[in-house]
Each structure stands twice: as structure tokens, then as C-alpha cells.
Design a protein. Structure first.
Length: 414
């Protein structure tokens, strides 16, 4: 079939790769001038297979109350006159119920595991490079209570087949010597040896090049204005230039912007932008920064070594489609980074970035068919787009090809 993929982020490009591998003729459309220039550009870098617990869990509402009024809080809810924001927020609270959290965690764990398998196979097949580190992810905690809560959560994650090791503070430093500078404030940690990290932007651009070698066409600098339907199917997508793109099938992979194009054709999905921030610090010889990827439990930050750069990312700000950088939040990330690693480069030279992550209330993405049989969804991956990308792309290629995906997952429209 001729298939048009809308979006050239990590989700869109992995979709294109697996669709082309299945023998389809693929065109990718994106408003930017190259692949991976929006949400995939400067994320936290973690391929976090072990992170199955959704943001919506029983402990989150209480934690959010503590953060109210703090401009630098890990989760910031800016109330707007936006009915979609309010509806999303109410749905998020519902997903915090224990039974909903358990069901969502099972779905997230399933796609994470499958995606890891596909990433490993892709790397073996192509030799693709993206500053990958395969030493796992270490989550560190500052006090005994938060460590105990993490150990309890780890016990649940082990039920989903996730391998985790609980470490003392000394063992954390042994695993990551850079933590010696803050060892006195670490109560312990949880190590996920099967996790990885890497530069999602570099991966996306390199995979786009490999896609092009397989015949995938990339239509850059082209904004999708609307989807046009006829006879119960998608007939074409209309670009801002007025040009129409026609295909046999279409894959919606526009992240946070997906709902804006779907609503006019009668499809409503609870995807809302979660604005995230990151800093990138260049490292020179003699700088002391972690090599293994870290998660800071106290501040909800992730840290990844990407070649000669340190990437630190986190926070979620519900403020609609505003992409302006809030320096208060970025400087809070800088401050915390250098509290832990005072010799990790030069804080005044940290580069700030923000992106809109497409979040669903329960953290489970929308993958599958819609009421229009030739329109497929691959969106709503939230903070785990990089983690879930290869598995999502492989699954959408199976669905487009009329096959049942290997993944035991609640596919949309199935």
C-alpha cells in the first residue's frame, strides 16, 4: 500500500521504518525541515523499560497538593479556560485509582518490553548509533521513606517480568562513582540493568536516513492543515500550502497535535500536551558527571550521558500548547544537577529546551485503527515515546498489513 505517516518524530520515523520493512510505499510528512526536531529533539534520553508505573497512581494527588503554588514543582497545572484540559485532568485523577493504575502499568510494561526487543533487533540489523549506553538506569532516593516506597513499587514491577536490584548508598556509588560527591544525601537506589539510554534525536535522524535508503520519501516543511474524508474513509490530507497528499492509508503520529486534526473528523482522544524541560551541559576533560543514566526520585529528573554531553530532563507543565521556555523551571533543573554533581561542566553554559509530550491520563498510548479503516493512530506516548518507539512502530506496521501484532496490548479500535 501507499501509506502516509503524519509526523517525523521518533514515533513517526520508527513507524515509517517498519512499514517500509513490511513492503509498503511510505511518505512521511512533517512541518519541520528535518526529522526529530520537536519533542524528540532534547528529551531525557532514557530507554526506560523498567518504568511501568504511570504518572497517574494513588500517590500522585497527595504529592501534587504539596507542590501547589511552586513554580519549580515537578508537576505544574496551569488552569486555563480549556475544556479539554479540565476533562484531561479529571480523567487523570480517575486513573490514579489503584485498580486503574495496575491495569495501566501492565499495558505499559508490555509495550516497554516488546519495544526493547525491537530496538535491540534494529540495532543488530543496522548498526545504528545514537550515543547509546547499555549499563541500565539507576534510580536514587534521598530518604528512607522514598526508598521504601520505591522498593514496594519495584516489587510490583517485578511481577511484570522487570529485573530490578535494590542497592545501598555505597553500592550506588560503586556502580556510579560520580555519585561520591553526593553520597551523604543518598539513602539508596534501585538499579534496572536492562534499561538503556541514548540520544533520541540522533537516533531519529539516523533512522530517517536509513528509511530514505529503503525508499521512504520525506516531505519536510509541510504542515498538515486538515484531514479530508469521503465514503467513510480518509480521502487525503491537505497541507498548509494547499497541496493534497493521497494514500491508501494514513498513520497519525503528530504527538500532542494529533487531537487537533482528529476532532474535526469526529475522533476524540484524551491526549493533552505535557510540557517538559531539559538542560544540556557540554562536558570537557576532567569534568565529573555520571556515565550511567540516573533518575532522581526527589525531583523527578532523569540524567543521561550522551557522548560528551550531560542531558537532564523532567517536570510536567499542563499549560496548553505554549512552547515558551520558563527559565525558572530550567534553572531549577540546573540547580539540582549541580547540587548533585558540582563538577559536571559549567552551569552558566547550560542549554535550555522545552517540548510538548503527548500525554494520556493513564499513560497508555493510542495505537491502532479508528472508525475510518484506513486511518491508524500511533500517538499519546507521553514521557515514554523514546522507550516505546520501536515497539509501537512494529505494531502499527503489523496492523496496517492486516496482521495481529505480537504484543499483548489493548490496541485502539481492536
Amino acid at each position: 500500500m501507499k501509506i502516509a505517516v503524519l509526523g517525523a518524530g521518533v514515533i513517526g520515523v520508527t513507524s515509517a521504518w517498519y512499514l517500509a520493512s513490511a513492503g509498503h510505499e511510505v511518505t512521511v510528512i512533517d512541518r519541520q525541515q528535518a526529522a526529530g526536531l520537536e519533542t524528540s529533539f532534547a528529551n531525557g534520553g532514557q530507554v526506560s523499560i523498567s518504568h511501568a508505573e504511570p504518572w497517574a497512581n494513588p500517590g500522585t494527588p497527595k504529592q501534587m497538593l504539596k507542590w501547589l503554588g511552586r513554580e519549580d514543582s515537578p508537576i505544574l497545572f496551569r488552569l486555563r479556560a480549556d475544556p479539554y484540559q479540565w476533562a484531561w485532568g479529571l480523567a487523570f485523577l480517575r486513573e490514579c485509582l489503584p485498580a486503574r493504575t495496575r491495569a495501566n502499568a501492565a499495558q505499559i510494561a508490555a509495550i516497554n518490553r516488546y519495544s526493547c526487543e525491537r530496538l535491540l533487533a534494529l540495532r543488530a540489523e543496522t548498526g545504528i548509533e545514537y550515543d547509546q549506553q547499555t549499563g541500565g538506569i539507576l534510580r536514587i532516593y534521598e530518604n528512607r521513606q522514598s526508598l521504601d516506597e520505591a522498593i514496594a513499587a519495584a516489587a510490583l514491577e517485578k511481577l511484570h517480568g522487570i529485573v530490578l536490584r535494590v542497592l545501598t548508598a555505597a553500592q550506588c556509588v560503586e556502580l556510579e562513582p560520580a555519585l561520591a560527591s553526593c553520597a551523604d544525601r543518598i539513602a539508596g537506589g534501585v538499579h534496572a540493568p536492562g534499561d538503556e539510554s541514548g540520544d533520541a534525536h540522533k537516533f531519529t535522524q539516523n533512522l530517517a536516513r536509513l528509511c530514505a535508503e529503503r525508499g521512504v520519501q520525506f516531505h519536510y516543511g509541510a504542515s498538515v492543515r486538515r484531514i479530508e474524508t469521503a465514503g467513510g474513509r480518509v480521502a487525503r490530507v491537505r497541507l498548509s500550502s494547499g497541496e493534497a497528499i493521497e494514500a491508501d492509508a494514513y498513520v497519525m503520529a503528530l504527538g500532542s497535535y494529533s487531537p487537533l486534526l482528529l476532532r474535526p473528523i469526529g475522533i476524540s482522544i484524551p491526549v493533552y500536551p505535557l510540557k517538559g524541560y531539559s538542560i544540556t551541559v557540554d562536558l570537557a576533560e576532567g569534568d565529573v558527571a555520571p556515565h550511567i543514566s540516573l533518575s532522581d526520585g526527589a525531583y523527578k529528573l532523569v540524567m543521561s550521558r550522551l557522548g560528551n554531553r550531560l542531558r537532564v530532563a523532567g517536570t510536567a507543565e499542563l499549560t496548553g500548547y505554549d512552547t515558551g521556555i520558563n527559565e525558572v523551571r530550567c534553572r531549577a533543573i540546573v540547580r539540582r544537577t549541580f547540587e548533585l554533581f558540582p563538577k559536571a561542566g559549567r552551569p552558566e553554559q547550560a542549554q535550555f529546551w522545552t517540548g510538548l509530550r503527548p500525554g494520556t491520563p493513564g499513560g497508555v498510548p493510542f495505537i491502532g485503527r479508528t472508525r475510518y479503516p484506513n486511518l491508524l493512530l500511533n500517538t499519546g506516548h507521553g514521557t515514554l515515546g523514546w522507550t516505546m518507539a520501536c515497539g509501537s512502530g512494529a505494531a502499527i506496521a503489523d496492523i496496517a498489513s492486516g496482521k495481529k501484532p505480537e504484543l499483548d496490548f489493548r490496541f485502539f479500535g481492536a
